[in-house]
Design a protein around this ligand. Structure first.
Ligand code: ADP
Length: 574
């Protein structure tokens, strides 16, 4: 601040001289630019004085000096105005004396201002010097103190560092030891429990190790489970009755399970690397790309092939193939089932049916014809007693022929060896044909048989449908009391899979117990063995069901024991 005041005073001193100089210039030359610069000088002088006075007043706390400065500066400029050196041209003083007097006043005012500024300058200079000396002393003092404080700081820092480093080193050693223990799978040291960063790090380390231990325990469990699963799987594979062959991507055998070794009479080692197709007799469907074709062909149902054993023996087998991902790529698993026993059974069945067909049906037909001719007296007179017996024999022969016929029908249906030729058939045709075939039975039992006329048309094989309805109506008559009534009607039903026609046969017979409703459609199933054995074989409904199934339809019964039955079946509407 003092230095600022001193520089302002210096500036004002310079300004005072500059004032004289610019005044002289104005007086000597008096052009316009001089006037302008002089006016500027006056304004600058007043501003400088004002700012110096302000500093003296507000900052330095010397209002008196400030007032005096303002007064002297005004007096200086004022007396300049009034002197012969006035810059204003029309401000000429009246007389020479007056002029001289005004000039003296101007000179005094200038001198007063100059001295004042000089004194003020000196006194401020002195203060500045005094302050500088004090400052230097203070600085030296503080420097001294700073030195001590620095020393103290260093000492404190050293002590703290000693403690801190010591503690830190101890904690770091704990961390190091824990890391070693983790590596050697030993229990960690106790948690540090401090709240600093190392303590936190130690906490995180402990948590991590806990997680790691939990994971390890789980991994152990999983590994044990996997091992167990693997062992079980191996056990299953070893003991599974099917022969399993693992084949690589090139269609070459990788391994066989024991069942396969037994079936093919090879050891697993002897087969490794052989193409899979070498284990089977040539099959046209699979030629070319055996494994891929096998995969495709056996996707829906097992493929029947003939395997070849090491002894060149042909074995009937069923083969399915699936792919699976092994540890080193895709593999194919071929499951080979030995169906020799089933083949034998089927062969037996075939032999039985051909025996039934040729060795039973043909002689039975002959017997039936001879009986009929005998009854009609073609071989001599027939007594009434013999006639009666011949009728019974004829009936029994017909029953046997009927059974044989049904057995052969069922076999054909089982083998799918039947041709279903579907066409649009009016239901009325089915009803009429049925009525004709059951006429004799109906009359024998005096049954009131009612067919409700219908305009509905079905899409089905008419001969098979007549066979189904005839069977149902014949059963209804058979199980109805003498003189009872049997009704047949048809109506349309809408099912999610399409429009169907339902044909129903209602009777007044003994009905079907609830537990037998589903069973009676199975072969040889009868509700009452003692009652039904005399009149049937339990094959009729089985044949009906097979035929209706072939048509994509349904068959069923509604019945309450003692309240008659309603047998129904549905086939597609035309
Ligand atoms: P079956 O030759 O014995 O009649 P089905 O297969 O036609 O053979 O019938 C199986 C069994 O269903 C019959 O034995 C009988 O017990 C029962 N059954 C069939 N239809 C009727 C019916 N309308 N009323 C009562 N029982 C019936």
């Amino acid at each position: 601040m003092r230095r600022d005041i001193v520089s302002r005073i210096n500036k004002m001193l310079v300004m005072t001289f500059y004032g004289f100089q610019s005044l002289m210039q104005l007086k000597m030359y008096g052009d316009d630019s001089d006037k302008v610069s002089f006016k500027k000088y006056v304004v600058d002088m007043m501003n400088d004085c004002e700012s110096l006075a302000n500093v003296m007043d507000k900052k330095s706390g010397e209002p008196k000096t400030a007032r005096r400065l303002r007064f002297l500066a005004h007096a200086f400029l004022d007396s300049m105005q009034r002197s012969q050196f006035s810059p204003e041209e029309n401000n000429q003083v009246a007389t020479i004396f007056e002029g001289m007097e005004a000039n003296v006043k101007f000179r005094d005012a200038a001198r007063n201002l100059f001295w004042e500024l000089q004194d003020l300058g000196r006194s401020q200079e002195l203060k500045v010097n005094a302050a500088t000396a004090k400052e230097a002393k203070l600085r030296a003092y503080f420097e001294h103190i700073t030195e001590w404080v620095t020393l103290l700081d260093i000492a404190v820092a050293l002590v703290l560092a000693f403690f801190f480093v010591g503690k830190t080193v101890r904690q770091l050693n704990v961390l190091k030891e824990n890391t070693r223990r983790l590596g050697s799978d030993i229990h960690l040291l106790e948690r540090l429990g401090t709240r600093d960063e190392i303590g936190e790090l130690d906490g995180v380390f402990h948590d991590m190790v806990n997680d790691l231990n939990t994971m390890r325990a789980k991994e152990k469990q999983m590994t044990a489970l996997l091992e167990e699963g693997k062992e079980r799987l191996e056990l299953v594979i070893r003991n599974v009755p099917a022969a399993l062959i693992v084949v690589d991507q090139d269609g070459r055998v990788e391994s066989l399970n024991p069942s396969a070794e037994v079936l093919f009479e090879y050891t697993s080692a002897a087969c490794t690397g052989r193409p899979l197709e070498r284990f089977f007799l040539k099959n046209n469907r699979l030629e070319g790309d055996f494994v891929n074709k096998l995969l495709r062909e056996s996707a829906d149902r097992p493929l029947t092939l003939e395997a070849v054993s090491s002894q060149q023996e042909a074995i009937p087998v069923e083969v399915t193939a699936t792919t699976f991902e092994g540890p080193d790529g895709t593999r194919v698993l071929a499951t080979v089932m030995d169906v020799t026993e089933r083949y034998k059974l089927e062969q037996l069945k075939r032999d039985f049916y051909s025996m039934v067909s040729h060795d039973i049906r043909t002689p039975l037909t002959t017997i039936s014809g001879i009986l009929q001719l005998s009854r009609l007296g073609k071989y001599g007179p027939v007594s009434p007693d013999l006639g009666g017996r011949l009728v019974t024999a004829e009936d029994n022969t017909h029953r046997l022929l009927d059974m044989v016929g049904r057995l052969l029908d069922l076999d054909k249906l089982d083998q799918g060896a039947v041709d279903v030729s579907r066409e649009d058939v009016p239901v009325s045709f089915i009803l009429d044909e049925t009525a004709k075939s059951v006429l004799r039975q109906k009359e024998e039992k005096d049954i009131n048989l009612e067919f409700t006329p219908t305009p509905l048309v079905v899409n089905a094989d008419k001969h098979y449908l007549v066979q189904v309805l005839t069977n149902l109506v014949a059963n209804a008559i058979k199980y109805s009391p003498r003189g009872g009534s049997v009704k047949v009607w048809a109506h349309r039903v809408s099912l999610p899979k399409g429009n169907f026609v339902e044909i129903s046969v209602g009777d007044e017979g003994p009905g079907i117990p609830p537990e037998m409703k589903a069973v009676i459609f199975e072969r040889f199933k009868q509700v009452d063995d003692r009652r039904d054995k005399k009149t049937g074989f339990g094959l009729g409904l089985t044949i009906c069901k097979q035929i209706v199934d072939l048509h994509g339809g349904e068959i069923g019964v509604q019945s309450q024991p003692g309240q008659g039955s309603v047998f129904w079946f549905r086939v597609q509407s035309a």
